[in-house]
Design a protein around this ligand. Structure first.
Ligand code: ATP
Length: 261
C-alpha cells in the first residue's frame, strides 16, 4: 500500500482547470518531487492534500483511507505536516515557542489536567520539550532557539518552518519550495537535511520545487506537470530528458523557468 495516493483528481477555479485528472502515489520512505512551470498546479495539489480545497473529481488516500471527509485542521493529526511557500510562523514568538506549537497534535491532557499540572501533564510536557530539542539539534538551530522570528534572516526562518513541521513527528512531510529565496550554500544545506529527514528520521517527503539541481540531487521520483496535467513521471533524469517536459519549459514565458530548461 502506498503512503499517499492521488487518484484521478480534478480541481477547477471557474474556467481554469488547475488540476486535471492527476494520479500519482508516494511510497513510504521516498522523496517525491512535483515540478513544472508556473501555474502548472503544484501548489493546488498541496492545498488539496492539506484539505484547503475539495476536488471536483477523484480521491486522495493516506495510508489507504480517503481523507476527503477530513477537515484541514485534522490533517496534522493523521501525520501529514507541511511548510508554505510564504513562510507561516508566529513572528512575535521565539523559535522554541514556534516549534512547541507544532506539538499541539500530540497534546492529550484535558483542561482540568493541564490546569492542575498533574504528573501526566508534566510527563507530556517533558516529552514535547525533548521532541522539540531533537529537532533543534537536528537542524542546527541552537543559536536561535530563544530568538524572535521577526528578527531572523530569511534563510533561518525557512529552516525554522521546516522544524515546525518536523516537530509534529509526521509520517509525510510536504515541503513547498524549500529552496526558494535561498543562496546556493543554503540550498545545499536543505539538500543534506532532506536526505537526513528521509534516512535518519524515516519520514517520507513530497516537495514542490523549481530548483532542478536540488530536485535531481535528493528525489527518488519526480512528477512533471504543465497546465494541470501530468507530463512525465520517473527518476529525475528520465523526467528531465522527457521531450514533453523540455517543450513545456521552453514554451514558458518565464525567464527563470527557461534557464532551468
Ligand atoms: N485560489 C485560486 N483562485 C483562482 N485560480 C487559482 C487559485 N489558485 C490557483 N489558481 C490557478 O490555478 C492554476 C494552478 O496554479 P498553482 O498555484 O497550483 O500553480 P503552481 O504550479 O503552484 O505555480 P507556481 O510555481 O507559480 O507556484 C493557475 O492557473 C492559477 O492561476
Amino acid at each position: 500500500m502506498s503512503l499517499l495516493e492521488i487518484d484521478n483528481v480534478t480541481l477547477r477555479f471557474g474556467g481554469v482547470v488547475a488540476v486535471n485528472q492527476v494520479s500519482f502515489s508516494v511510497e513510504e520512505g521516498e522523496v517525491f518531487a512535483l515540478v513544472g512551470p508556473n501555474g502548472a498546479g503544484k501548489s493546488t495539489i498541496f492545498n488539496l492534500i492539506s484539505r484547503f480545497y475539495d476536488p471536483a473529481e477523484g480521491d486522495i488516500r493516506f495510508e489507504g483511507k480517503s481523507i476527503l471527509s477530513r477537515q484541514s485542521h485534522e490533517i496534522a493529526g493523521l501525520g501529514i505536516a507541511r511548510t508554505f511557500q510564504n513562510i507561516e510562523l508566529f513572528e512575535h514568538a521565539t523559535v522554541l515557542q514556534n516549534l512547541l506549537v507544532g506539538r499541539h497534535r500530540h497534546r492529550q491532557g484535558n483542561f482540568m489536567t493541564e490546569l492542575l499540572f498533574t504528573p501526566f501533564v508534566r510527563g507530556e510536557e517533558r516529552r514535547h520539550r525533548s521532541a522539540v530539542e531533537h529537532v533543534i539539534e537536528f537542524l542546527d538551530l541552537q543559536p536561535y532557539r530563544e530568538k524572535m522570528i521577526a528578527g531572523l534572516p530569511y534563510g533561518v526562518r525557512k529552516v525554522v518552518e521546516m522544524g515546525r513541521a518536523l516537530a509534529i513527528e509526521p509520517k509525510l512531510l510536504l515541503l513547498d519550495e524549500p529552496a526558494s529565496g535561498l543562496s546556493v550554500e543554503e540550498t545545499q544545506d536543505v539538500a543534506f537535511w532532506i536526505e537526513d529527514i528521509k534516512k535518519q528520521m524515516g519520514i517520507t517527503v513530497l516537495m514542490v520545487e523549481h530548483d532542478m539541481h536540488l530536485v535531481s540531487s535528493v528525489s527518488d521520483r519526480v512528477l512533471a506537470l504543465a497546465d494541470g496535467k501530468t507530463l512525465a513521471l520517473g527518476t529525475p533524469q528520465e523526467v528531465q530528458n522527457d521531450p514533453k517536459v523540455i517543450e513545456a519549459y521552453i514554451g514558458t514565458s518565464d525567464e527563470e523557468e527557461r534557464a532551468v530548461a
